[in-house]
Design a protein around this ligand. Sequence first.
Ligand SMILES: [Zn+2]
Length: 102
Amino acid sequence: MEFCPKCGAVVMQKGTNGECLRCGFIIKGKVNLSISEKIEEKKEIAVIKDNTLDVRPITDEKCMKCSHGKCYFWTRQTRGSDEAETRFFECVKCNHTFKQYR
Ligand SMILES: [Zn+2]
């Protein structure tokens, strides 16, 4: 069993850079135990909901929540132009909103 030297948590699994998944401290091997911290930018995966749009087309998308077969849909370009367009769906029945990358 391994413990994170910084936060003291039991390290069951390390991140891709060998960091503690709890505090982000990079746990190095026995040699060269340098104190280097990596601040990870967490990407916000928030569903952008535009309530100003009253008229949205309805598509035959299956709702991920209630399996209803009709959803409103709209698209939005997120962040840089090099990123793919994101499609948003909102269930007609239960109003569950989700997004999909194509
Ligand atoms: Zn639904």
